[in-house]
Design a protein around this ligand. Structure first.
Ligand code: PXG
Length: 301
């Protein structure tokens, strides 16, 4: 079945959802994006995702041509048009069509795209048995050059890491920052459990300010677990009791091997399991309602 895609104010069938080859999002990766999830008819942490989108846009001096309320309505309409209750939402704002030069002032109008699709869940086995990761030789972008806090359409730094993980036959890869401290993974944030406390790199390490990361820190504190944002090296990872990754798609994914070394006893640990349960309860209990589908909504623009 063809999906309806939001493109610059209209809902169009996916076959017609096309952007110009002059769009600087394509020519230069000039734009910002978000990956958001809806659970059982509710959009999880939508405000935080939109706050990050607006911050990213501000970081590259891109004016989003919709108000926050209009964006919320556009997302809800896209979900309703596709009758999706559990979904992955990809939201993009590109610089828009310009000329072949870099100058963003030549781009008259940013483009807004919202794609809502069924969520492709990771295999259950991955959560039961845990995943294996490597430490990539690709380093995270340095914040002084391009802050990883800006969720820009230029993801080559993560893609270089992903190429390494694919060649190693593992699910994810840890990226160190330029100083050799652990930053995050190609598309997930990282947490360790050591002596009952949670450890995660601070945003000053040069990482994406993950929405799932923030939710997990909040849940951990509610569960009376100590959470420390501290710089650490890969040796701290090797010596951890537990390790897990957080992200919109992965949620909370246990890591059991790093560079071929078992973490803890080599099985998903109890703190990770406890947080996974708390996270599931959170995603089931809060969120912005998508609202009722109106008949004929698929044709509406
Ligand atoms: N770090 C990076 C670099 C990310 O891209 C996260 C952390 C997790 O953030 P949230 O807010 O989702 O908790 C992300 C988000 C993919 C993919 O296909 C992943 C993201 C974006 C685009 C694609 O794995 N991740």
């Amino acid at each position: 079945m063809s999906l309806m895609v939001y493109l610059d104010g209209k809902l169009v069938p996916q076959e017609q959802a096309k952007v110009s080859v002059w769009d600087h999002g394509l020519l230069y990766g000039d734009g910002v994006f978000e990956g958001i999830r809806a659970y059982n008819g509710r959009i999880f942490r939508l405000d935080q995702h939109l706050e990050r989108l607006w911050n990213s846009a501000r970081g590259i001096m891109l004016e989003i041509p919709l108000s926050r309320d209009e964006m919320v309505e556009a997302i809800r309409n896209t979900l309703r048009a596709n009758e999706l209750h559990d979904a992955y939402i990809r939201l993009l704002v590109t610089r828009g069509p310009g000329d072949l030069g870099l100058d963003p002032r030549k781009c008259s109008r940013p483009s807004v795209v919202i794609i809502a699709d069924r969520i492709e869940l990771y295999p259950e086995q991955l959560y039961r048995e845990g995943l294996e990761v490597i430490v990539c030789s690709t380093r995270r972008n340095i914040p002084e050059a391009l802050d990883p806090g800006i969720k820009s359409l230029n993801y080559l730094n993560s893609i270089l890491g992903k190429i390494e993980t694919a060649r190693a036959g593992v699910a994810e890869g840890i990226l160190l920052n330029s100083e050799g401290f652990v930053a995050e993974c190609t598309g997930d944030n990282i947490f360790l459990v050591k002596d009952g406390s949670l450890l995660t790199p601070p945003t000053s390490a040069g990482i994406l300010h993950g929405v799932t990361r923030a939710a997990v820190m909040q849940l951990a504190r509610q569960e009376a677990l100590e959470v420390r944002e501290e710089l650490f090296t890969v040796f701290t990872v090797y010596a951890a009791d537990e390790c897990f990754l957080t992200g919109t798609a992965a949620e909370i994914a246990p890591v059991v091997r790093v560079d071929g070394r078992p973490i803890g006893n080599g099985r998903p640990g109890p703190v990770t399991a406890r947080l996974r349960k708390a996270f599931r309860e959170l995603t089931n209990s809060e969120g912005t309602p998508i609202g009722e589908s109106v008949s004929g909504a698929r044709a509406a623009t």
